[in-house]
Design a protein around this ligand. Structure first.
Ligand code: SF4
Length: 447
């Protein structure tokens, strides 16, 4: 399920979050090797990601940490997850140890909708005890609580439990409405169940839904992709994510590609599919607000925006990745770390509730600026130069001239321009969307 940050499994053995956290001061994710000022004041974290690793089947293109659910580990997993959430909760407290309201929660996987209903009830009850969900429950602007759902395992009963627990949005993995393309991906659901899941959500009262679609599947034609988009639009969802199929190094799909079982989609066809996507979805007012994401105005994914705007987020569950500012000022950089991606280690290891860590990037102000530029130019709103350039000048003044030169070159090439709503931004043009990754790489390299 692709709409969240991922990184490849790291080969290092697990490392614990050894020191730590009370009140608003998040621990260093790692201990001695990390230069860390424990007296630094951090702002409370407002976003939380939870990873549920169980799936019905391992899809051939998937490199997320997930495995076939044998039903016998769910209870132990939830018990362990609750301990981790209890350890993380103080990082959402202010300096007076008072919980501040969370803005966003995203429960992904894996296939969260596979969890037993009683375990869902337990998890949501505990979340509501440990964290302040008052703004989410009031559906305040800028808040969101999303759960990823598989079309087959989305039931009326499940959705009622989710709604009672504060969930305001479900994201349904449709991927394609053509059974033979689903077969190529080894997605085993019946495409008719996508509409059923969305109807159930609407009937139960979950206010927002999103669909995931994949294009550039081997042998997929432009007409078939158009039909997928048309079907998705007919389902009245307010958010659609459209990802091109990527061949990750360790997946079965990539092995089949190398074995000659199929050929990847022609690049020109893929570009046509990308272009068609924005044109067709815009005709129904679903505007592209990120390279792969489209929404009615006001229905953008608030949790994913937290990722792309370099906000802080906590992470729980095996393989989940977190991003925590080093201090109150993001100018000082941020920690990024990832829980070890194996259930056995997750269950076996606990340091006061914290999970074993497999990788950690210590704070690096220059890296944070690079990441800020990279994710901002993939957003329609673009990079706010009024705030970015002074930061760049402060952190790495020698980068100011090369960055400005590179930005001007991209402007001359017609790939960047000021966003229409904000004249002091750097945003990709219609022509630039197709090259957004290249543009981001060039800007990062200039910093
Ligand atoms: S359902 Fe999603 S997470 Fe599970 S194997 Fe398939 S793509 Fe991966």
């Amino acid at each position: 399920m692709p709409d969240r940050p991922t990184d490849p499994a790291h080969p290092n053995p697990g490392i614990s979050l050894t020191t730590l956290p009370s009140s608003a001061q998040i621990s260093p994710p790692l201990s001695a090797a990390v230069a860390f000022d424990p007296s630094a004041q951090r702002s409370p974290v407002r976003s939380l990601y939870i990873h549920i690793p169980f799936c019905v089947h391992k899809c051939h293109y998937c490199d997320f940490y997930s495995f076939v659910d044998t039903k016998d580990q769910q209870a132990a997993f939830i018990t362990r997850l609750l301990a981790e959430l209890a350890a993380l909760a103080p990082h959402t407290h202010d300096l007076h140890r008072t919980p501040v309201p969370l803005h966003t929660i995203f429960i992904g996987g894996g296939t969260p909708s596979l969890l037993r209903l009683d375990l869902w009830a337990t998890l949501l009850s505990k979340l509501n005890q440990l964290f302040d969900l008052s703004h989410i429950r009031a559906r305040a602007p800028g808040t969101e609580f999303t759960v990823e759902c598989n079309p087959e395992s989305t039931t009326d009963e499940l959705l009622r439990i989710l709604l009672a627990g504060g969930v305001s949005r479900i994201s349904v993995g449709a991927q394609s409405f053509h059974p033979h393309h689903l077969q190529t991906l080894q997605r085993l659901h019946n495409p008719d169940n996508v509409a059923r899941a969305l109807t159930l959500a609407s009937n139960v009262g979950i206010p927002r839904t999103s669909l995931d679609l994949i294009y550039a599947i081997p042998n997929q034609t432009l007409a078939q992709w158009q039909a997928d988009l048309t079907t998705a639009l007919s389902l009245n969802t307010t958010h659609i994510s459209c990802y091109n199929l990527t061949y990750e190094p360790t997946t079965a799909m990539t092995a089949r590609l190398y074995a000659g079982e199929f050929t990847p989609t022609d690049e020109d066809l893929e570009a046509d599919m990308f272009q068609l996507t924005s044109e067709l979805l815009a005709s129904k007012n679903l505007q592209r607000y990120e390279v792969s994401n489209y929404a009615l105005p006001g229905h953008e994914s608030q949790h994913n925006l937290a990722y792309w705007l370099q906000h802080q987020w906590l992470a729980a569950g095996p393989s989940a990745s977190a991003h925590i500012h080093a201090a109150a000022s993001p100018l000082l950089g941020s920690h990024r770390y990832k829980n070890r991606p194996t259930l056995a280690h997750y269950l076996d290891f606990s340091d006061r509730g914290y999970a074993p860590i497999t990788s950690h990037e210590p704070p690096d102000p220059k890296r944070l600026l690079q990441e800020t530029a990279m994710t901002a130019v993939r957003l329609a709103r673009g990079l706010d130069l009024n705030s970015f350039l002074p930061q760049l000048n402060h952190i790495t003044p020698r980068s100011l001239e090369p960055f400005t030169r590179q930005a001007n070159e991209l402007r001359s090439d017609g790939l960047l321009h000021p966003a229409s709503t904000h004249p002091t931004t750097l945003a990709v043009t219609d022509r630039g969307w197709l090259l957004a990754d290249l543009i981001a790489r060039k800007l990062m390299a200039a910093i």
